[in-house]
Design a protein around this ligand. Structure first.
Ligand code: ZN
Length: 230
């Protein structure tokens, strides 16, 4: 069997023109990354071609159904990697310039098994952040996604008495509205006799992670928010 010349990276809603036949007004296109003779990805986001499903099917020698299924699965993986990247940035970006001991404490606190193994927390944090930023900057299947501390939004997280997440709510940028949200959250927390945290994160899933994190992680998180909005 010949090695295919392309691999499907995902589905794109932003391009409505097929890069193969030039047909316009397509609902979506599939992102095709060129492969070298050994079947390895050969290029960056700039080398990706965007084809309609019909032309992609011809290029790959597949049915359109297989193209669509494969593209959906690839896009789901991209979305998962994005979500993971947002979590890593929400946890670690605030400690990026923290003292080494704090950085180590935050990192090993989440990676117990690596303590005393020679794995250097500062290197790992730098690597995780670089990978996460590269993931969110990747434009293969759409525009770059927010990844900076300045892009964090604030969330209130309410826990039940047994420390399960009861509610994650984005706090409004409008002060009066935020005050009302805060009052309601405090009331609700008292009603269920839970506890409450306010954290900053790139999305609500990450906010949940930050809220569950240790005190030191949350202190740096609060500090980063204040520094970014001073
Ligand atoms: Zn086409």
């Amino acid at each position: 069997m010949p090695i295919p010349k392309w691999t499907i990276k995902g589905i794109v809603d932003d391009y409505d023109t097929c890069g193969c036949c030039g047909r316009r007004g397509l609902k979506r296109t599939v992102a095709l990354m060129p492969l070298d003779a050994d079947g390895n990805e050969d290029g960056t986001a700039e080398d990706v071609a965007y084809y309609g499903t019909a032309c992609a099917a011809t290029a790959l020698g597949w049915t359109q159904g297989k193209v669509t299924d494969t593209a959906r699965a690839a896009q789901a993986q991209q979305d998962q990697r994005d979500a993971q990247a947002r979590r890593m940035i929400s946890i670690y970006a605030p400690v990026e310039f923290a003292p080494v001991w704090d950085q180590a404490s935050v990192y090993y606190g989440r990676n117990h098994g690596q303590r005393d193994t020679g794995v250097r927390a500062t290197d790992e944090v730098a690597k995780l952040l670089a990978e996460a930023r590269a993931q969110l900057a990747d434009t293969t299947t759409g525009p770059a996604r927010p990844s900076r501390i300045e892009d964090f939004r604030r969330y209130v997280v309410i826990f039940t008495r047994d420390r399960r997440v009861y509610l994650v709510q984005h706090l409004s940028d409008d002060e009066a509205e935020r005050q009302a949200q805060g009052d309601a959250a405090v009331r609700r927390t008292e009603e269920i006799r839970g506890s409450l945290a306010v954290v900053a994160a790139l999305d609500s899933e990450s906010a949940r992670d930050v809220a569950y994190a240790d005190d030191l992680t949350r202190r740096w998180n609060a500090h980063a928010w204040q520094a970014a909005h001073a």
